[in-house]
Write a protein that binds this ligand. Sequence first.
Ligand code: AMP
Length: 193
Amino acid sequence: MNLLIMGAPGAGKGTQASRIAARHDIPAISTGSIFRENIANGTQLGLQVKQIMDAGQLVSDEITDAIVADRLTHDDAANGWLLDGYPRNLHQVEALDELLAASDLSLDAVISLLVDEDELVERLLKRAEIEGRSDDNEETIRARMKVYSEETEPLLSTYSDRGLLVEVTGVGSVDEVTEQILGALDEFLAAKN
Ligand code: AMP
């Protein structure tokens, strides 16, 4: 099963992605996590992307598309995957379309996690304290929100037009949201088949 999860920064995508992926026995692949690991390990890629991430901007499509193309060839992704944080703009949607078409694959569903905007900023600032992510300060958060609404949010209608969107309102505890997503996804997939 090939899935995407989309949502504003702070919507809880990462947490939910791991849980959904575990339930469906596929890897959750987060481009943001791949970049953070590279920064932590001081790799060439990490050095290249740190400044742009800290500014809340998007890493170049060239770099990001190549990372995803490579990651999807790993053994653990042979039976499907859940992409978290990719695609993030229209160019990346097209790059993913081409990548999938080349392997005769397609997307099964795109999960959209909706969270009230005031709550998002509050959650992000709290996460900054707990995880110490250097891109979780207020200025960067604002920039990331802007990038999200300008570049990524429009993709929801792209996937909605394709009949792939599964919308879930991320209210309640983490467990409750997980159950809502898994339920909505099962229902969607059952209706499709
Ligand atoms: P995330 O963990 O998904 O919130 O991503 C953290 C940061 O990594 C983003 O603010 C971007 O700087 C970078 N990033 C993650 N995914 C992408 C992507 N698909 N395209 C470009 N930049 C990305």
